[in-house]
Ligand binder design. Structure first.
Ligand code: FES
Length: 156
């Protein structure tokens, strides 16, 4: 076991974990942040997407040993206290989820997109969201949700 210091959703956490422990399991099992999901385990589906230093990353393949303790990590729980982040609200307006399993990862990817480009074209959206898979096929509603969030941002 080793001791790790992590900065997650604005708070410092001290975690005791095996060397080689992966961020996804530490989030879920040590810290109870179960909004981040296990999908494929090989960084191919995006269900475990979180932000590190503002960039979307796949938590299922990131070892704790590779994380700088000052690097800010944001999970879906860190977007807002009560689910009212503008992208989450747009998701509700577009009724995007079906089973919901992939959706936290989709939202985290979408938030990163809109932080980089507040007015993405439909092609920009499809390209940026390309690595986030949805077995229910909610892709068109996800695109709609991102367009709603983008339009609200533009008009606020
Ligand atoms: Fe079911 Fe995406 S909503 S996997």
């Amino acid at each position: 076991m080793k001791s790790y210091s992590l900065k997650i959703n604005g708070k410092k956490h001290e975690v005791e974990a095996d060397e080689g422990a992966l961020l996804l399991w530490v989030l879920r099992e040590h810290l109870g942040l179960t909004g981040t999901k296990y999908g494929c385990g090989i960084a191919q589906c995006g269900a475990c997407t979180v932000h590190m230093a503002g960039q979307p990353v796949r938590a299922c393949t990131i070892p704790l040993s590779g994380i700088d303790q000052n690097q800010e990590i944001t999970t879906i729980e860190g977007l807002s206290e009560d689910g009212t982040h503008p992208v989450q609200m747009a998701w509700i307006e577009a009724q995007a989820p079906q089973c919901g399993y992939c959706q936290s990862g989709q939202i985290m990817q979408a938030v990163a997109l809109l932080e980089q480009n507040s007015s993405p074209s439909r092609e920009d959206i499809k390209s940026y969201m390309n690595g986030n898979l949805c077995r229910c096929g909610t892709y068109m509603r996800i695109v709609k949700a991102i367009e709603i969030a983008s339009n609200k941002q533009m008009n606020s």
